[in-house]
Design a protein around this ligand. Structure first.
Ligand SMILES: Cc1ncc(COP(=O)(O)O)c(C=O)c1O
Length: 478
């Protein structure tokens, strides 16, 4: 019963030990046992929070803190009886045998779909978060912000980082810092999350939607060139599903036509084009740290740049446009786009393990590729394109034939959440008037799927997907 080790704490433990356990099991609870493994109570992260607020110290014993009146289930109880015991407060039940020995646990996740992604928070996230919390610097001052900015910029091989509250405002801030506004045109790809284009509207500029390449699924430089007019001011290449855009071609076009390039790197932390990390190539790179991204801060974002002036301007603009040496003197129209120290604390811990997280994700992608090798209906995203080192954000495939809906349906039945690709922007009424070209994007968007991709994705999931796909293939042959 090794799976229980990360849930069990001996009654003589001290608070910090329990915090470590909770950090390692990521379920917010431990079972308190005696030396014979008999259960005595439970303790949640909420119990610890309340105790710390009541002046209990990290080195104090848990004896008086843990909950001795707790809910549990017995091995004799049926699943439905166990479900009845769960509610918004009790999310995990210890399961005990007739001697009150913990033999298992039961939680809601047993009952729901395998999620498309789940954050990996198993490092120092909780520790740094508690540290930031106890420091009382919980808004946008505090030591973690600058550390996160410097470390993330270094990871991207860019000179500067400006932390913001999410990836969407990162793009808006970049557009505004580059002076883009009314009357300006901004070229965006048709296949992307809507935040890319929405920010162009937020800046009161006009988007021009162009097609993506058939092989990389990223914005097509040839289409960019065709869509340029005297009003064009910027291009927002999106490094889609972990794949880098053709940045050499895009930067050459930008230079020739005197345009700005804002890289949308929300889905591609760490990807490279021609050896350079995304976010270090254009004028500004924009990242998201939403919970489904490679690393997360809950909500959060970052602008990266090599340009000192842009970095300084973005720092002023994210803080109401206030002069950094003269309090309440506003030199530009600004916003409140600041990241909190709490978010940054999580980010610093995530960054400590980003290479490990990336390796874990690409290992998972390789497992999918091996299991589905030779499939007649599943075609993987290209990972062999010249000059591009993709990373694995969400494992992305195309389903050939007309089988996408059937694959989705069968996987849902098997309890696995899969995601269709983004809908082509040009297909949606609100964006249609801004469409320049989208034929590749339209096709990809109709057949593309993302498989569950995170540290929590087990071999059981990948094998179930393999089985479902094989069964569909057998039916096709018949
Ligand atoms: C391509 C792309 N751009 C921008 C965003 C916006 O990021 P956020 O959700 O942090 O605002 C996302 C993510 O959700 C995205 O996938």
């Amino acid at each position: 019963m090794a799976h229980l080790d990360k849930f069990k704490c001996i009654e003589t433990s001290i608070v910090i030990d329990v915090l470590d356990k909770i950090n390692s099991n990521e379920k917010g609870v431990v079972f308190v046992v005696d030396s014979t493994n008999k259960i005595l109570g439970v303790m949640t992260d909420g119990d610890i929070r309340r105790a710390l607020l009541n002046n209990v110290k990290l080195n104090d014993s848990i004896q008086d803190i843990y909950n001795k009146k707790f809910t549990y289930a017995t091995t004799a109880e049926s699943t439905s009886e166990k479900i009845k015991k769960l509610d918004h407060r009790v999310k995990i039940l210890p399961v005990v045998d007739e001697n009150f020995i913990v033999v298992d646990y039961f939680h809601k996740e047993n009952l729901f779909q395998i999620p498309i992604s789940a954050p990996n928070l198993r490092g120092n996230e909780f520790k740094y978060l508690v540290d930031a919390f106890l420091s009382t610097w919980i808004s946008s001052s505090g030591s973690y912000i600058e550390i996160f900015e410097n470390n993330f910029a270094a990871f991207c091989e860019a000179k500067h980082g400006v932390a913001v509250s999410n990836g969407t405002v990162a793009i808006h801030l970049a557009l505004k810092a580059l002076g883009i506004g009314k009357g300006d045109e901004v070229i965006v790809p048709d296949l992307t999350f809507a935040a890319t284009i929405n920010t162009v509207f937020h800046a009161e500029a006009t988007p021009v939607i162009v097609d993506v390449e058939n092989d990389s699924w990223c914005i097509d430089p040839k289409e960019i060139e065709k869509a340029i007019t005297p009003k064009t001011k910027a291009i927002i290449p999106v490094h889609l599903y972990g794949q880098a855009c053709d940045m050499d071609a895009i930067m050459a076009i930008a230079k020739k036509h005197n345009l700005y390039v804002i890289e949308d790197c929300a889905e591609a932390h760490g990807a490279r084009f021609n050896g350079k990390r995304v976010g270090s190539i254009g004028h500004i790179g924009c990242f998201s740290f939403f919970a489904n991204k490679v690393i997360t801060t809950g909500e959060g974002g970052m602008c990266t740049t090599n340009d000192l002036r842009l970095m300084e301007l973005m720092k002023v603009m994210r803080d109401h446009g206030m002069n950094k040496n003269k309090k309440y003197y506003h030199e530009v129209i600004g916003y409140n786009y600041r990241m909190t120290n709490l978010q940054a604390a999580i980010g610093v811990a995530q960054l400590e393990r980003i290479e490990e997280i990336l390796q874990q994700r690409s290992g998972l992608e390789n497992e999918y590729r091996t299991l589905l090798a030779g499939s007649n209906i599943i075609e993987f995203q290209r990972n062999d394109l010249k000059n591009r080192d993709k990373i694995t954000w969400l494992v992305s495939v195309l389903v050939k034939g007309n089988y996408k809906d059937l694959v989705v349906e069968k996987l849902k039945e098997a309890g696995i959440d899969v995601r269709p690709f983004f809908i082509s922007l040009g297909e949606m009424e609100i964006y249609k008037p801004y469409l320049f070209s989208n034929s590749n994007s339209l096709r990809l968007s109709k057949v593309g799927l993302n498989f569950p991709t995170s540290g929590e994705t087990s071999s059981k999931v990948t094998k179930t997907i393999q089985e479902v796909v094989r069964k569909i293939e057998e039916q096709i042959v018949v």
